[in-house]
Design a protein around this ligand. Structure first.
Ligand SMILES: NC(=[NH2+])NCCC[C@H](N)C(=O)O
Ligand SMILES: [Mn+2]
Ligand SMILES: [Mn+2]
Length: 358
């Protein structure tokens, strides 16, 4: 590995300006994939976020930004399991397995060339590839994950019958195939790489009952919206990073997985599973500003932007929220800069039957 996070951190020292106030090399990869759930359109997320001009904005901040292009599945329709096969319980397991294997390889090789690798999703199943790829480049106990999401994404086929991988990446990353009680050959490459003590959640508000049990049993730290109300986002991120060994004086290699549905649907309306009562954009930015302060961030994904779920204006607004999160990550707002292009009119939010069922 040419550059490691600890090297960046070591070079800077803890008392010096954080890396996000300095120039870093950023590789940006698109994960154009939406087969981890059943709504199409999340594969258009990378294009929508690129269109906001975020790569140019990151370059203008003084960083070296390299567009690593979009990864998409080459095969037109890879063979999936037939209904009579028990493995068909997990939808598109072949696609999910093959896509993420390639993604994992792309992320680990990109980490050899860049200080930070950003992956634009894609549905949340792509975190299998990004986190596994990151895990390949560091000692097992160094990998730490901050999961910012309305959902816990820790189901297994035994705790949820949705069949959607995007609700299950974490159980796979922590326990592999064993958690699934299925032999999915296209996922055999993905061995467990994440320890429950190295995972912290922020933003939860739609946790399934059996996910709650899993979180408790594994002793995973979770800051749900209620904790954010009580403690404030600043304190919550500080505690989360501390617990991950990714804050002051620490040497974890941090991955942040940011599901845009962690944000309130008024900020990020175009996403597959919106849940009201979420983070303000400002709170999301605060999370990322604090994260980057310590130089432990090595990879990040921003997922579940689905430009097809809403008007073009809402889609642009959602993609722009992703842009603001990335600018916060790389130092845009430190020192009180007024962000350019932040004045998009708020699109009209009509009651959405998914979030306003009655
Ligand atoms: N990445 C997401 N948006 N996940 C939503 C998951 C919803 C639900 N808990 C499930 O397991 O299917
Ligand atoms: Mn979510
Ligand atoms: Mn998610």
């Amino acid at each position: 590995m040419l550059l490691s996070c600890s090297r960046v951190a070591g070079r800077l020292g803890r008392s010096q300006p954080p890396p996000n106030a300095r120039s870093v090399s950023i590789g940006v990869l698109g994960a154009a994939f939406d087969k981890g759930q059943t709504r199409s359109g999340a594969s258009l997320g990378p294009g929508a976020v690129r269109q906001t001009g975020v790569l140019k904005d990151l370059t203008a901040l003084g960083h070296t930004v390299r567009d690593l292009g979009d990864l998409r599945l080459q095969e037109a329709v890879p063979a999936e399991y037939r209904a009579e096969d028990g493995r068909a319980r997990m939808k598109n397991a072949t696609s999910v397995g093959r896509f993420n294997q390639q993604l994992s390889e792309r992320v680990s090789s990109a980490l050899g060339q860049h200080d930070v690798v950003v992956t634009l999703g894609g549905d949340h199943s792509i975190a299998i590839g990004t986190i596994h790829g990151h895990g390949q480049t560091v000692r097992h106990d160094k990998l730490a994950v901050l999961w910012v999401d309305a959902h816990a994404d820790i189901n297994t086929p035994l705790t949820s019958d949705s069949g959607n991988f995007h609700g299950k990446p974490l159980s796979f990353l922590m326990r592999g195939m064993e958690a699934f009680h299925l032999d999915l050959p296209d996922l055999r490459w993905c061995k467990p790489c994440l320890h429950p003590s190295k995972l912290v959640y922020i933003g939860l508000r739609a946790v399934d009952p059996l996910e709650r049990v899993a979180i408790q049993e594994f002793g995973i730290r979770a800051y749900a919206m209620r904790e954010i109300d009580r403690l404030g986002i600043d304190k919550v991120v500080e505690m989360a990073l501390d617990q991950l060994g990714a804050g002051v004086g620490a040497d974890s290699s941090l991955h942040v997985s940011f599901d845009v549905d962690a944000l309130d649907p008024s900020e990020a309306p175009c996403t597959g599973t919106p849940v009201r009562g979420g983070l303000s954009l400002r709170e999301g930015q605060t999370v990322m500003e604090e994260v980057c302060k310590w130089g432990t961030l090595r990879s990040m994904d921003v997922v579940e932007v689905n430009p097809q779920l809403g008007t073009p204006q809402q889609a642009q607004y959602t993609a722009d929220a992703a842009r603001h999160l990335l600018l916060a990550t790389f130092g845009r707002y430190r020192g009180g800069n007024a962000p350019e292009g932040s004045q998009l009119p708020r699109p009209e939010i009509k009651p959405d039957p998914r979030t306003h069922p009655h």
